[in-house]
Design a protein around this ligand. Structure first.
Ligand code: HEM
Ligand code: NAG
Ligand code: NAG
Ligand code: NAG
Ligand code: NAG
Ligand code: NAG
Ligand code: NAG
Ligand code: NAG
Length: 377
């Protein structure tokens, strides 16, 4: 091809995906030139520090006049997390489903009384791999239908739906990636939660029911999904997400730890607070969730592992699961996953990755865990 023509073709394809990648899309897998082209189309803000705790942790009315439920519009994004979906549908988060990690932390604190350490750790854990480090924006779900053409793989367009970075297998009410990447509410899976809660929780989703629901979802993925992956971070987040409903979705004037199934459906399916809903009494962070997570895991022990074909669960003995704090999860997330997404980041992107990785380290709160610096100090 004529040199001049080849240059024009490159420019054309550059502009095609440069407009296709939305400001909240992940930059993972893009070349330096592609990232520079993207940076020219957006406001580059880079990383920012995380918010502190909410000084008020009282049980307050959160489904109030200032935060009415509104169903998402055609371009509003919702994803696999009923907590974040609900916050967006009530305006605690931008109703578009696009937000900064700072906004996500503030919203989970204000709307649900999530503890600051847990909130920053989870929000940054997700943002690091699914967010856009130059614009400081991320999506709580799939890409917008208004997005247009996708950039070429391995670039990641989606937010929290992106498989195997923070989204994972054996979800409670969402199917595995292998079965068709459906991050939407699944009625059959919710019916299983209802049935199990009737048998083990007396009609409520409580700690006893949660242990059985979690185990059934693990057994199902083990038996049917040849690509089932149950290693950190998914190993840890799967147990945590089974705890959240009976600690965050129960009205704060009644700290029973028993979630009625009508309320459960409202959160899981419609992303909606019940009428007159009060958030929980007191914040719920690492100290509080530890014993709950351990109880679920001890009810039906299974070590971290992955399937090599259906029913063939192979252990990952290097992964300590829940037995050794969060150091393994942290190190794998930064030193392996993040570096595979960003092998050689430059300039402002490198600076933002460095700062966001440091925020994640600090949120873990374990100074005995060696900090890793794959992007420099
Ligand atoms: C701090 C920011 C948060 C982020 C970034 C986040 C992200 C996620 C993601 C990516 C998933 C999907 C994991 C998967 O199933 O593959 C998820 C699931 C879930 N999240 Fe969140 N979450 C956050 C806070 C919360 C809060 C505050 C609540 C409750 C009030 C919550 C409740 C849940 C529940 C119950 C699930 C499991 C859904 C299911 O398996 O059907 N999350 N979250
Ligand atoms: C909400 O998100 C939309 C779309 O990303 C953006 O245009 C708008 O400015 C955001 N609103 C606020 C209050 O941040
Ligand atoms: C995902 O689930 C929704 C709701 O159950 C359904 O309407 C849709 O067709 C499903 N999509 C895929 C790809 O399975
Ligand atoms: C919902 O989950 C069930 C059980 O895993 C599965 O058979 C069904 O295809 C799923 N439905 C959708 C719409 O994804
Ligand atoms: C739930 O239990 C009812 C009544 O026993 C049964 O008809 C239904 O098939 C069960 N649903 C699931 C999804 O297991
Ligand atoms: C919240 O918890 C505190 C401390 O346990 C208790 O004194 C207070 O009465 C509780 N508030 C409500 C509304 O239950
Ligand atoms: C608290 O909730 C439990 C289970 O939902 C219910 O049995 C109990 O009556 C409630 N107590 C109050 C004081 O509302
Ligand atoms: C992090 O990765 C680097 C480069 O692969 C390696 O040399 C180092 O030992 C790793 N650190 C930890 C704590 O795993």
């Amino acid at each position: 091809m004529h040199l001049y023509l080849r240059f024009a073709v490159i420019l054309l394809s550059l502009s095609k995906w440069a407009t296709a990648l939305p400001p909240w899309g992940s930059l993972a897998g893009l070349s330096e030139r592609e990232i520079e082209a993207f940076a020219r189309t957006v406001t580059v803000t880079g990383a920012h520090p995380p918010p502190g705790p909410d000084p008020d942790t009282s049980p307050r009315l959160v489904n109030d006049a200032a935060h009415p439920y509104r169903a998402p519009g055609p371009n509003d994004i919702r994803g696999p997390c009923p907590g974040l979906n609900t916050l967006a549908s009530h305006g605690y988060l931008n109703r578009s489903g696009i937000a900064t990690p700072q906004e996500i932390v503030n919203a989970v604190q204000k709307g649900f009384n999530m503890g600051n350490d847990l909130a920053v750790f989870v929000a940054w854990g997700a943002f690091l791999v699914d967010g856009n480090h130059l614009t400081n924006l991320m999506s709580i779900g799939e890409k917008s239908s208004a997005t247009g053409i996708d950039p070429p793989p391995p670039a990641i367009v989606g937010g929290l739906n992106t498989h195997k970075v923070f989204e994972g297998d054996a979800s409670t009410t969402r199917g595995d990636f292998y079965f068709g990447d459906n991050h939407s509410f699944n009625e059959t899976l919710f019916d299983q939660l209802v049935n199990t809660s009737n048998v083990y929780g007396g009609g409520y989703y409580d700690a006893a029911a949660a242990a059985e629901v979690r185990w059934n979802r693990i057994l199902d993925s083990k038996a049917r999904n040849p690509t089932f992956d149950f290693t950190s971070p998914r190993y840890v987040t799967a147990y945590a997400e089974s705890v959240f409903p009976f600690r965050f979705f129960v009205d704060g004037r009644n700290q029973s730890g028993a979630l009625d199934l009508i309320t459960a459906r409202g959160f899981y399916q419609r992303s909606q607070f019940p009428t007159g809903f009060y958030r929980r009494n007191g914040s719920f962070g690492f100290n509080e969730i530890g014993p709950d997570v351990d109880a679920l895991a001890e009810a039906h022990p299974i070590a971290p592992g992955h399937n090599e074909g259906v029913g063939n669960y192979v252990l990952n003995p290097e992964d300590p699961g829940l037995s050794n704090g969060l150091c393994f999860l942290y190190t794998k997330h930064i030193n392996t996953t993040l570096t595979s997404l960003y092998p050689n980041p430059q300039g402002p992107l490198r600076e933002a990755l460095k700062e966001n990785a440091a925020t994640f380290y600090t949120a873990m709160g374990d100074s005995s865990c060696p900090q890793v610096f794959p992007f420099g100090r």
